[in-house]
Design a protein around this ligand. Structure first.
Ligand SMILES: *Cc1c(COP(=O)(O)O)cnc(C)c1O
Length: 368
């Protein structure tokens, strides 16, 4: 089977270094918030271009703690996209705030900033764009609106480590940003992890306390917090992966370019565009088709894994029945949910594997 993301190959490629570090890790005797975590936080802040990075237990907590640090909760509204992983909106709801969905741009799959203004109310506190599949959202227009209305901008960059917008790294484009280190993410570990980046010292301080039971001085608790820390073990692995991330992302971009070049002329496929403003890192490579079911079945039967991201937009999820959205409310997001599917995309996909996928797609006989 040719896999969407081949984690075994990825971690085999850094296995020797992990084993070497593992000896030092055991001997360090420090397994929670030690030198690996501090070093990772410093390196990630440097790379993203923010003053602070605060690691947490996962990307979902990164979002929840960030919203909490900005005081967002009961009675507040946060504008976000319905076409993303559930955790984006779940984090807003977990704070007791209300996710307000806005439709996406059919080309970038990201929040359409030109539909945001009509949704802003006195209760709106933040805009939460997602850089979906590694492609940066239209941050200039989002930031302009945020400035005009005094809103906080929190980037959900969980799928986009290393992506750039107009030459600037995602994560440095809003007030704060959240990354996930879930194994399949561009920069992932062999378990759960996440990080918040920001240049706001008060927000950084609040998140640092929140992740550790609201405590700054040991056994003195200023607030209620969480137990949401990144393990030293994962920080150790992530430091090794971080040294590779640019090479891995570049490889993804080369594969994406090749897919585009070979497949763009096929009338039954839509390919993602590479806009001049953005440097996408292709967390996933999703293509669209009216004949998704036939094509994905054909690929799977030929040994190529496919996936549907995401089959149900968030406004139509059962968990959000109480928000009373209806089918047809966000036509662009709904259309993508019905058409898109992911084909293998990872730094360890070989050229000959990619050739095989390309030729299967080219030889697909249109049924209609
Ligand atoms: C993965 C993901 C999250 C959640 O990250 P976890 O580490 O799995 O909690 C949030 N938002 C988006 C867009 C994601 O892809």
């Amino acid at each position: 089977m040719i896999l969407l993301s081949d984690l075994a190959r990825q971690f085999q490629s850094i296995k020797q270094e992990i084993f070497q570090q593992f000896e030092l890790f055991i001997d360090s005797g420090k397994y929670i918030i030690g030198d690996y975590v501090s070093l990772l936080e410093k390196k990630i802040a440097d790379k993203v271009g923010t003053s602070y990075a605060i690691s947490v237990a996962n990307g979902t907590d990164a979002l929840i703690l960030t919203l909490e640090a900005y005081g967002i909760g009961e009675g507040d509204e946060v504008i976000t996209t319905p076409y993303t992983f559930f955790a984006t909106a779940e984090a807003i709801s977990r704070r007791g705030a209300k996710p307000v969905f806005v439709d996406v741009d059919p080309v970038t799959y990201n929040m359409d900033p030109f539909q945001v203004e009509a949704l802003i109310t006195p209760r709106t506190k933040a805009i939460l764009p997602v850089h979906l599949f590694g492609q940066p959202a239209d941050m200039d227009h989002i930031n302009l609106l945020a400035q005009k209305y005094g809103l906080v901008v929190i980037e959900d960059a969980c799928q986009a480590f290393g992506a750039k917008y107009k030459g600037r790294p995602v994560g440095s484009l809003g007030d704060a940003a959240c990354f996930s280190f879930f194994p399949t993410k561009n920069l992932g570990t062999m378990g759960d992890g996440g990080i918040v980046v920001t240049s706001n010292p008060e927000i950084a301080e609040k998140i640092r306390k929140l992740r550790h039971h609201g405590s700054k001085v040991k056994y003195y608790h200023d607030d209620l917090g969480y137990n949401s820390r990144l393990d030293e073990l994962h920080a150790m692995i992530l430091l090794i992966a971080l040294d590779r991330i640019d090479i891995w992302n570049d490889r993804r971009r080369i594969l994406a370019e090749r897919y585009r070049k070979e497949l763009f002329h096929l009338p039954y496929l839509d390919l993602p565009e590479d806009s001049k403003d953005s440097f996408s890192v292709y967390h996933l490579f999703c293509i669209g088709s009216d004949q998704r079911d036939f094509i994905t079945t054909m690929l799977q039967e030929s040994g190529v894994q496919t996936g549907v991201y995401y089959p149900c937009p968030l406004h139509l999820q059962k968990a959000y029945d109480h928000l009373h959205y209806q089918k047809g409310d966000f036509p662009a997001a709904e259309k993508l949910s019905n058409r898109l599917f992911a084909i293998p995309m990872n730094p360890f996909l070989t050229e000959s594997e990619q050739d095989e996928i390309i030729s299967l797609l080219k030889n697909f006989r249109s049924i209609s």
